[in-house]
Design a binder for this molecule. Structure first.
Ligand code: FES
Length: 343
């Protein structure tokens, strides 16, 4: 059985089978609704059900609260139709034409950047190319069909190799395999690109990027894209980590800052070690942002890291004047079956 979904604003419509999520059907039909984890954990796909009924599906409580359900909201990555629907959801126009595909890739290079972070460089078959926006992510498809999601750390203009930053998750089957068994030349299968964490280029607002740990990965891709396209907006990059070795590419944003007068980089350590001899900022990365800006009213913020960090930053930044529509985020969601374990 299938139902009709009408998108507002715009009035476009597409069919969705009763056992399919609204988001999958929209992607299939070529409509780009905003989303992040596709797993009911990040809240990025939240929108309003204007009319009709949905089965809300399984999701994390903090991604969609009871009060939000009462107010007519749903997570379209989990919601299945129980009738024809009219939904309200901003379409992400910049992604037009980019559809995820399943592809093989060869591990071309593995670089251990710290004790628990590996940079992985993947090569596609010579006749293949993946179209993507800087900041999007891919999902590895494991032998048992499970998936693991990782953000792309390179920008599309520099796509000879796809770059990912993987943090070793204790007990995490896939990252354990990567750190202990996988060798260069291994073949992996993935689907991508996914996600709507990419640079909005239709505004003059100065940009603030806030990364936690390997949340630096998509931000690296986006900043490299902005540099390549000679984006002259002021760019403030904050990278928060526990110790100095966790800033596993610290030299790169320092180079960006030196080479580009519009870029400012602020690393922030929460638990620097004595041997780090750290003279820089300490504490929580989102607090450092709020200390530096009297109000965030005129800014646009991109935030990527652990869900807790992203959630706290989101609330704190709004209380600090950031308009809700100017906050874009991507969080590592550890929920099964699709943990986004890095970047
Ligand atoms: S909750 Fe739906 S995309 Fe993350």
């Amino acid at each position: 059985m299938s139902y009709q979904v009408t998108l507002q604003p715009g009035g476009k419509s597409f069919a969705v089978a009763s056992d399919e999520t609204v988001l999958s059907a929209a992607i299939e039909a070529g409509y780009n609704l905003p989303y992040g984890c596709r797993n009911g954990a990040c809240g990025a796909c939240k929108g309003k059900v204007v009319s009709g009924e949905v089965d809300y599906g399984e999701h994390q409580k903090n991604a969609l609260t009871e009060a939000e359900k009462q107010a007519g909201q749903a997570l379209f990555c989990c919601a299945r139709p129980l009738s024809d629907l009219v939904i309200e959801c901003r379409e992400v126009t910049a992604l037009n034409g980019i559809k995820p595909r399943i592809m093989p890739a060869r591990v071309e290079k593995m670089e251990k950047r710290s004790e628990d972070v590996m940079a992985l460089y993947l090569k596609l078959p010579s006749n293949e190319r993946m179209q993507f926006m800087a900041g999007q992510y891919i999902e590895f498809i494991l032998k048992d069909g499970k998936r693991r999601a990782f953000s792309l750390a390179n920008a599309p203009h520099d796509d000879a190799l796809l770059e990912l930053h993987l943090r070793l998750v204790p007990g995490g089957q896939f990252t354990q395999y990567v750190f202990t068994e996988m060798h260069e030349k291994a073949i992996l299968r993935f689907e991508g690109p996914f996600g709507s964490f990419y640079l909005r280029e239709d505004t003059d607002r100065p940009l603030i990027f806030v990364a936690g740990g390997t949340g630096f990965a998509p931000i690296k891709g986006i900043v490299e894209h902005a540099i390549h396209h000679k984006d002259t907006r002021p760019i403030h990059i904050y990278w928060g980590a526990r110790t100095l070795q966790d800033l596993y590419m610290n030299e790169l944003p320092l180079q960006w800052q030196q080479a580009h007068p519009n870029i400012k980089y602020t690393p922030v350590l929460s638990e620097p070690l004595p041997e780090d001899n750290w003279q820089g900022r300490t504490g929580l990365v989102h607090v450092a942002v709020m200390e530096d800006f009297e109000t965030l009213n005129d800014y646009q913020v991109y935030c990527c890291g652990a869900p807790q960090m992203v959630d706290i930053a989101h609330l704190a930044f709004q209380a600090h004047g950031l308009p809700p529509e100017e906050f874009f985020s991507d969080s590592f969601t550890y929920a099964n079956p699709l943990p986004k374990v890095a970047g």
